[in-house]
Design a protein around this ligand. Structure first.
Ligand code: NAP
Length: 488
């Protein structure tokens, strides 16, 4: 099959309708929305464009089967997830191609995301049978204290475009394992990966109504009726801090359980005792994974004076050698940004920094021709007032700032409203722990440029949100604790 035929085949094989109550169907108004290939700007396919009525129907379907699903044997809930993990793994090549076409990242990275996404299904398939309570004698010796953990109830999940599958499975996996039903809404730029995932869960035996998928061009309009419905019990969101703030406000009326995985502004700190080559390797991963469009992306590099020049030159050489192009092409390691707005924002932040005195060591330009390409860029001499030290760049741009001592490095790292992740490179074990304890973040990469792992609690503090996804903590977000006071 030619490459073009293969691309057409995976797009045509993906569902393009709403998934409500176990049925694939068109939107109630019959409208559709176009999904675009960010490497060409050309439309790929149309998918259903849900209305607020469809949103209510999706919640109706989730509510209708909540009690039944909560009572479903945990082993069977886990086995459905396990089968879905296996199917995702078998179909990894097609799922990766679909993801690259709608999101832009290079095929190898899409494949890595499919593996990462499937891993959440496997992890939570194992957690489904470990939902336990406790039994204790009351301190006065008379009564007994019993706790049990029960599903929260119907959930609404909203996910972003940057990791179209993994941001879904991080929520779907624990919800299914815990016995919750849900409605999920992917971002309009990347609905296909989520629809393909829903089909896999359906094929794996997930009962109708447990998972419902809405795709829509008006996220706010379809979300409002769900969030304001008293039958909803939880809202889980991954996306920008600005939208997260709005959703927390909307969820206050129903006093919903909420999990908020929001934006980041990760500092990457290189101490003078670090292995500089290892730090550069880690920096390439922390900066360039997902074309820099990751909440965990290193947003700014704080490098000790004695090693700053060496680190910056080596980083510029590495980023300058990366191949930019369509994610399906051989050897491409940097795909396009998601859309014109995102590329415009990256260009604006670079021009703000250079306007204040930063020097461009490599890159600093938009790609020519179709698609939303931006060259990998390293900036040195970035001044403290540059906007990109405070704002999430979400693109392949690495600003480097030098520091003179440990206290200054920590103060600079913490000088942000965000608190998702920080990266620390040092060979001094005491310094490592001193610094890790003082960083105001939910996660730290210690001598490594990537923290994501299905077995670990992912999440932030401050304006990066609250709640954790993955690890044993991930399922707790979907469980309520009931305490029974018993007289003996
Ligand atoms: P976004 O604009 O906040 O959108 C995220 C999701 O929210 C999309 O599905 C979007 O739908 C929907 N949405 C937007 N406005 C809404 C509203 N008023 N009501 C209900 N839903 C609404 O973020 P994004 O640009 O897609 O994603 C990038 C952001 O996500 C970055 O800030 C990144 O750091 C963050 N992120 C955080 C994590 C984490 O785990 N902490 C992980 C990945 C990404 P439409 O796009 O279809 O409108």
């Amino acid at each position: 099959m030619s490459t073009i035929d293969k691309e057409r085949a995976v797009v045509e094989a993906a569902p393009n309708e709403l998934f409500v109550g176990g049925e694939w169907r068109a939107a109630s108004g019959g409208a559709t929305l176009a999904v675009e290939d960010p490497s060409t700007g050309e439309p790929l396919v149309e998918v259903a464009d849900a209305t607020p009525e469809d949103a209510t129907a999706a919640l109706d379907a989730a509510v209708a089967v909540q009690d039944e699903w909560a009572a479903h044997p945990p082993r069977e809930r886990g086995e459905i997830l396990r089968r879905a993990f296996e199917t995702m793994t078998e179909r990894a090549d097609d799922l990766a191609l679909l993801m690259t076409l709608e999101m832009g990242k290079p095929l190898a990275e899409s494949k890595a995301e499919v593996t990462y996404a499937a891993e959440f299904l496997r992890w939570f398939s194992e957690e489904a049978v470990r939902i336990e309570g406790r039994y204790a004698t009351a301190p006065n010796g008379v009564g007994r204290l019993i706790t049990m953990r029960q599903p929260v109830g119907p959930c609404y999940a909203i996910t972003p475009w940057n990791f179209p599958a993994a941001m879904g499975t991080r929520k779907i996996g624990p919800a299914i394992a815990a016995g919750c039903t849900m409605v999920i809404k992917p971002a309009q730029q990347t609905p296909l990966s989520m629809l393909a995932l829903a089909r896999i869960l359906e094929e794996s035996g997930l009962p109708a109504g447990v998972l419902n998928v809405l795709t829509s061009s008006s996220s706010s309009e379809v979300s409002k009726p769900i969030i304001s419905d008293p039958r909803l019990r939880k809202l889980t969101f991954t996306g920008s801090t600005a939208v997260g703030r709005t959703l927390v406000g909307q969820s206050a009326e129903g006093l919903l359980r909420t999990s908020m995985e929001l934006g980041g502004n990760a500092p990457f700190i290189v101490f003078p005792d670090a292995d500089v080559d290892a730090a550069v390797e880690g920096a390439v991963i922390a900066k360039m994974r997902n074309i820099g469009e990751a909440c965990t992306a290193a947003n700014r590099f704080h490098v000790a004076d004695p090693v700053a020049d060496e680190f910056t030159e080596k980083l510029a050489a590495k980023l300058g050698a990366m191949k930019v192009g369509r994610g399906t092409e051989e050897d491409v390691t940097v795909g396009p940004l998601i859309d014109a707005d995102q590329r415009g924002k990256v260009a604006e932040l670079v021009s703000d920094a250079t306007g204040r005195g930063a020097q461009v060591l490599v890159g600093g330009r938009e790609g020519d021709g179709a698609g939303y390409f931006y060259e990998p860029t390293v900036l040195s001499g970035v001044t403290g007032d540059a906007r990109l030290l405070k704002e999430e760049i979400f693109g392949p741009v690495a600003p480097v700032v030098a520091f003179d001592d440990e206290d200054a490095a920590i103060a600079a790292a913490n000088d942000t409203e965000f608190g998702l992740v920080a990266y620390v490179y040092t060979r001094d074990i005491k310094r490592a722990f001193r610094v890790v304890e003082r960083l105001q973040t939910g996660m730290v990469g210690l001598n490594q440029g990537m923290v994501s792992n299905a077995a670990a609690p992912f999440g932030g503090v401050k304006a990066s949100g609250f709640g954790r996804e993955g690890g044993p903590e991930g399922i707790a977000e979907y469980l309520e604790i009931k305490y029974v006071a018993m007289a003996l």
